[in-house]
Design a protein around this ligand. Structure first.
Ligand SMILES: [Zn+2]
Ligand SMILES: [Zn+2]
Length: 368
């Protein structure tokens, strides 16, 4: 972000707004912009972050006073550290406010849940038939190995937060009420890092590329999604990582048309083949398969080869291969073929003559 917007403007409230007004404005924005509701929308995510940061500052009386006096640089000086590392930090910081808002995702534990990650794998039809193990690479935040997620440098550990004395909550007086909220310094953790782990800068998380072997079940459909629980973004403070969603893309196969577990294919045949009956070859998943045509098979007829389709998803057995018979008329005939055909027609009492040019069916032909 190049230019930071004014926090009051971000939340759409006046500079005199009280705590409940701030909270209302923030909840409204957060509901609207939450990444779970706008998956993949970078702009919403950025605005969500911005709103969360604005709220975290303005909801804290001390920070708000600093901000009012010194602007954006004010609250940051107050031992707040590196500011916001990620959206997840914000999730965990505001778990107490959200609690009930997003399907219980933030409930319990205090720490938030990591974001979900999405990726894709491409399969051929042959891989759908056999089932496949595919490698996917994902960039994700995972627990830092150097500090085991504590964020504290080697040989040190987290210390009780000085602002809330380790309770994780601070109490604000608001008229008659005393309201306790998550401590802004430790974000409700109750502990802070004095000497940050150099590998993760104290966040307890590191971004890295992971390579995962994903076993895709037989018979999977194009557009279906596999869910790998806990393989999404990690989150600091002991929260659950998000999920990894793998979208399945099945590549088109020019030989077949897929309908669930059934496959459709087409075989070109000649008039003598269907009229007399014969055996023709058809494409199948395993290569070629014989298709028996009874004498008098009609164009467009289908022959069903049971169990030659794709495996059923999570069931035994396979679908069918449905072979569509396509009659192909030769675009030209040899003299010999033509004579034979005229004889054939005459034997059936048919008189077949090419259309006369004078009748103009083909229009006027240019003479060379
Ligand atoms: Zn670390
Ligand atoms: Zn604290």
């Amino acid at each position: 972000m190049s230019e930071k917007r004014d926090y009051y403007q971000v939340l759409g409230v006046s500079r005199q707004a009280d705590a409940s007004e701030l909270k209302r404005a923030y909840r409204k924005l957060a509901l609207e912009l939450h990444p779970d509701r706008n998956p993949g929308d970078k702009e919403s995510e950025a605005r969500f972050k911005e709103a969360s940061e604005a709220y975290q500052v303005l909801a804290d009386q001390e920070k708000r006073a600093l901000y009012d006096r010194y602007g954006h640089e004010g609250p940051r000086g107050g031992g707040f550290g590196g500011g916001f590392g990620s959206v997840n930090d914000i999730f965990s910081a505001f778990s107490d406010i959200f609690g009930d808002m997003f399907g219980g995702g933030f409930a319990g534990g205090g720490a938030g849940r990591g974001s979900d990650i999405e990726t894709q794998v491409h399969l051929t039809l042959a891989e759908v038939a056999s089932g496949a193990t595919k490698e996917v690479k994902v960039q994700r935040r995972a627990v830092c190995q150097d500090c085991a997620g504590s964020g504290a440098a080697h040989g040190t550990s987290r210390e009780a937060c000085p602002q809330c004395r380790g309770r994780g909550q601070v109490v604000h007086a608001q008229g008659f009420l005393r309201i306790s909220t998550a401590c802004p310094l430790c974000r409700g953790d109750g502990s802070v890092v004095r000497k940050p782990c150099p590998a993760c800068s104290g966040s307890g998380l590191r971004v890295g590329e992971e390579s995962l072997q994903i076993s895709v079940p037989k018979g999977v459909e194009d557009g279906s999604t596999l869910r790998l629980a806990g393989r999404g973004e990690g989150v600091s403070g002991g929260g659950r990582p998000g999920n990894l969603y793998v979208h399945i893309r099945v590549e088109d196969d020019p030989r077949f048309e897929r309908d669930g577990a059934d496959l459709h294919t087409e075989v070109a045949v000649s008039f003598p083949q269907v009229a007399l009956g014969t055996t023709v070859k058809s494409q199948s998943l395993e290569g070629e398969v014989d298709v028996a045509l009874a004498p008098g098979t009609q164009p467009g007829a289908t022959v069903v080869l049971h169990g030659q389709g794709l495996p059923h998803l999570q069931e035994r057995g396979r679908g069918d291969l449905i072979v569509h018979i396509k009659l192909v008329v030769p675009p030209s005939l040899s003299r010999e073929q033509e004579e034979a055909l005229r004889t054939f027609a005459a034997a059936g009492g048919e008189k077949v003559e090419p259309p006369s040019e004078k009748r103009g069916i083909f229009g006027r032909r240019k003479k060379n």
